[in-house]
Design a protein around this ligand. Structure first.
Ligand SMILES: [Mg+2]
Length: 368
């Protein structure tokens, strides 16, 4: 089998619910969907979608430009040989993991279709069929945050991520305390500032919230600040934005900086790289989640597939963006949340999704 053609599509995924982070407000990200066609006509789908230009050092138009170099580099090669595919992409272009991730996800989907197996099976098999998920409460007032937390718990959500940062920390502390007051026993709270506090601010928040059960997700911008914070902090630290590759994850495990990770498939360059990090986390008993920052059913299915293979003891679950944009590419099989869990798509081999010809519109680019 050989990759014969790659088509690139641009798909708007407008936020339908409040989604405020410390650095930005999510409005209408344009997702990059890639369709990789092999010599027998089978198609695999991949996707990369960044929530906002401020969230990370990459943006959606840049993903599509990176594919001008990456897509031609893998034409003619076997999509199942993913180490070869990654070597070709890395030789063609340094960095740009998001574009590489879109092609990587498509090759996993296509490999599953060629072999008539699910991506979950190719990743080693499911350890859990229903994958726990968490829900984001965007930055707002204490009343808004507490009302949202109550509503989510009524819907079965047991893991809440409260956004914070980008404003005076007293307001963040009030919000945290308001949410903690309405938490039911068994509900887990992570306060995610998306790099929004200094280490001194994070220490103040942690001290003000001493005795409250919560973790701090990416409270500061840099790994150095997190190391500093770890020595003075009352709460577990989950690292998200500073995880850029397996070396950064390994370093933060061995230094004891991270108590767990929120990992993004596209930031890490795709499912292939996430698989290696998953194995490292399992071997070191480090909790992790399998997420992305935004995206449609394709990213969601890839994240849930990897999330299903996590050791349930150390799984922080998988996150999908569907509740916030309410768009499905596959209305039947697209991953959705029921009672706080996501189930695997059941539409067939690969990622388990089914698309109609032409449903993504005219391609923005075609490589053959
Ligand atoms: Mg995060």
């Amino acid at each position: 089998m050989a990759i014969q053609e790659i088509r690139i599509f641009c798909v708007p995924l407008a936020a339908k619910k409040l989604y405020n982070m410390s650095s930005s407000v999510v409005s209408t990200p344009f997702s990059t969907v890639v369709e990789v066609v092999d010599s027998s006509g089978l198609k695999g789908y991949g996707e990369a979608c960044l929530a906002s230009p401020q969230y990370q050092p990459a943006f959606n138009d840049g993903v599509r430009v990176s594919l001008e170099i990456l897509a031609p580099a893998i034409l003619g090669y076997d999509p199942i040989k993913l180490n070869v595919i990654h070597a070709l992409m890395n030789e063609a272009l340094d960095g740009h993991p998001e574009g590489k991730a879109a092609l990587d996800i498509a090759c996993w989907d296509l490999s599953g279709k060629i072999l008539d197996r699910s991506v979950v099976d190719l990743l080693g098999g499911a350890r859990q069929k229903n994958i726990i998920t968490y829900h984001v409460v965007g930055i707002g007032t204490p009343e808004y945050a507490a009302t949202e937390a109550e509503r989510l718990q009524r819907e079965g959500i047991t893991r809440i991520q409260l956004k914070a940062g980008g404003r005076p920390i007293d307001q963040d502390i009030e919000c945290i305390k308001a949410v903690c007051k309405v938490l039911q026993p068994g509900t887990d709270l992570a306060v995610d500032t998306n790099r929004g506090w200094t280490s001194a601010e994070a220490v103040k928040v942690s001290n003000a919230c001493a005795g409250l059960s919560l973790s701090l997700e990416q409270p500061c911008s840099t790994e150095a600040e997190l190391i500093q914070l770890k020595m003075q902090c009352n709460h577990p630290i989950i690292v998200d934005e500073n995880t850029t590759d397996i070396r950064s994850v390994a370093r933060m495990i061995s230094s004891g900086t991270a108590d767990g990770f929120g990992l993004k498939i596209t930031r890490l360059g795709g499912v292939t790289n996430m698989r290696a990090i998953r194995d490292l986390c399992i071997a070191t008993h480090t909790p992790m989640s399998s997420d992305d920052a935004w995206g449609g059913d394709i990213i969601a299915a890839a994240g849930v597939a990897l999330g299903a293979t996590l050791d349930p003891h150390f799984s922080r679950g998988a996150w999908i963006a569907h509740p916030y944009h309410q768009t499905h590419y596959d209305e039947v099989n697209g991953p959705r949340i029921e009672n706080g869990f996501v189930t695997l798509p059941k539409g067939g081999p690969g990622l388990g999704l089914v698309f109609k010809d032409g449903q993504f519109g005219e391609p923005a680019a075609v490589y053959s």
